[in-house]
Design a protein around this ligand. Structure first.
Ligand code: HEC
Ligand code: HEC
Length: 284
């Protein structure tokens, strides 16, 4: 994850502008859709997705989505669980004809999006019962008082210093809690933040985004990239911290921590990125 992040960061910045535009367009599209698609319609879409899965997909993936000889497990296999909603949606829309997965583009974006949510529910995500708090309050905390969004993004909205948390729901309730209240607990000592001292005595702390025998690219908290020659460094050492604030257990109340966890658990299942542009308001 951390490695992938290093490679991804510059690309992330490059695509940020078009992505933000896309995200805004999506948001506007969804805002217009909302009144026409109340909660009941959403429930109907879910039960329709269940039917589609059982009559079409189960032949290859099994009724419980745990796979058969004709198709892989999409309920518990990590490859499937870790894919984002957008990636799953792409697979459903395009299929993988060469390996036996048909294209289901004909179902249309709404149904594909409902199928993705249904797969998520089979993966055990987004169930009401497992939420320890209020995801709506958690979202406000994430983008407000708790400042998570200064470093992290969800669905493209937020900061780029640390990893995108759109699919962090996969860490589960206790995994998320541990990452939030005790982020440095099981840190690999050769990972995390690095502190360097330059020849003139200046100290810099940040995340290593690129390293070769001769150079080091460090990103400091303010987002700035520093390209350093190793021959100019007096010292380079691991700080023993991820860079994630260590005081959430005291700066947030237990309820607030639960709210943030609920937001992250829920964001995947309930706020899916549409798999394609909404098709002109037709709900069927
Ligand atoms: C004819 C058999 C078949 C049918 C029907 C089928 N699939 Fe698949 N599906 C496959 C195979 C085979 C793969 C593996 C493709 C590969 O090798 O990457 C796959 C892959 C997938 C994946 C990606 C899994 C991963 O880990 O990347 C998802 C998600 C998926 N299918 C969902 C569905 C859904 C939802 C339906 C019904 C709308 C469906 N499939 C219908 C055979 C099928
Ligand atoms: C000052 C920057 C910063 C802030 C603020 C911050 N984090 Fe982090 N967080 C990090 C860094 C750095 C890591 C470790 C490397 C990574 O995942 O990018 C991390 C890791 C995580 C992880 C583990 C991700 C994974 O896939 O292993 C979670 C979950 C997380 N943070 C949640 C939060 C939440 C929730 C908040 C707000 C309550 C928050 N963070 C605030 C910097 C920050």
């Amino acid at each position: 994850m951390y490695l992938r992040k290093k490679e991804g960061i510059s690309r992330a910045v490059l695509v940020l502008v078009p992505f933000t535009a896309l995200w805004l367009a999506t948001l506007l599209g969804r805002a217009q859709e909302k009144p026409a698609a109340p909660a009941a319609a959403n429930g109907a879409a879910q039960s329709e997705a269940k039917q589609t899965f059982e009559s079409v997909c189960a032949a290859c993936h099994g009724l419980d989505a745990r796979g058969s000889e004709r198709g892989p497990d999409v309920a518990t296999r990590q490859e499937a669980v870790q894919k984002t909603d957008a990636e799953l949606g792409q697979i459903l829309a395009n299929g993988k004809p060469a390996s036996g997965m048909p294209s289901f583009a004909g179902l249309g974006p709404e149904r594909l999006s409902a199928l993705v949510s249904y797969i998520r529910s089979l993966q055990g995500r987004g169930k009401e019962a497992v939420l320890p708090g209020d995801p709506g309050k958690g979202k406000s905390l994430f983008y407000g008082k708790a400042k998570c969004a200064e470093c992290h993004s969800v669905a493209g909205q937020g900061g780029f210093f640390a990893s995108d948390l759109t699919s962090s729901g996969r860490l589960g309730l206790s995994g998320l809690r541990a990452k939030i209240v005790a982020p440095d607990a099981d840190l690999d000592p050769r990972r995390g933040l690095v502190r360097v001292v330059l020849a003139d005595g200046t100290e810099l702390t940040g995340a290593v985004r690129n390293e070769s025998n001769f150079s080091l690219q460090l990103q400091s908290f303010d987002g700035t990239f520093h390209l350093l020659n190793k021959s100019d460094l007096r010292s380079q050492s691991y700080v023993g911290a991820t860079g994630m604030p260590r005081d959430y257990e005291s700066s947030l109340s237990p309820d607030e921590v639960n709210d943030v966890i609920s937001y992250l658990l829920r964001s995947v299942a309930q706020d899916p990125q549409p798999v394609a542009k909404p098709a002109g308001g037709d709900d069927n």
